[in-house]
Ligand binder design. Sequence first.
Ligand code: PEP
Length: 255
Amino acid sequence: MRNRMIAGNWKMNKTFSEAVVLAEGLAKELAGGTGDVDVVVAPPTVDLKGVAEVIEKEEAPFALSAQNVYWEEAGAYTGETAPNMLEAIGATYCIIGHSERRDYFGETDEDINKKAKALMAHGIVPISCCGESLEIREAGTHVEFVVDQIKKDTAGLEIADPAKYVIAYEPIWAIGTGKTATADDAQEVCGAIRKTLVEIFGEETAAGIRVLYGGSANPSNIAGFLEKEDVDGALVGGASLKADGFADMVRSAMA
Ligand code: PEP
């Protein structure tokens, strides 16, 4: 059985003090617990420590994620963050391969694969993003495109515990645009991802890997996605920046 997951990607939003206020607000909203739903927040790197402190102090029922990592352990890589640094600060998840990193910073599937391996070596759970552009969607080759990304991103990974590797399907044309994929669109691709995982890792492991949908998910549309067999939750951008709305999404996943 896969526990649902609701993960908030704060992107490059919130100063240190604003991030603390948002985390405190979310801790208050979710004080009653989140049942079987795993809740994750991903603040900017410089805010991780502040949010980690809120989680500890408030015994908040959510986990801490970074938004990016570098695959080397240490050294002359100006501006980068190593997996052991994330581990030391209390991050237990890390988003990798977000389309904004692929598009603006030239990240490749090979980079994403190296990042996944480096994180897993430190016990940090990758939330590995994939998804097609509008052009690919309109050409009708989106399923093949995403399947190819999955094969490259997971190449050579050893997944001992399937709860510790998460995929987020995020059609690029739906991210931050207010234009959501339909629940059937999401199921089509998430189902194809699951089939690919079966081919790569076998039935049992594939059945335990969470596949999230991301792209303008919000409190009003999340329930429809969660009804789908292969959609195990959501990676949420804009709608994760308000504690009450994000908590409503968590409550939808608990229902
Ligand atoms: C995201 O950045 O992962 C995302 C899904 O953003 P939004 O929800 O704002 O579309």
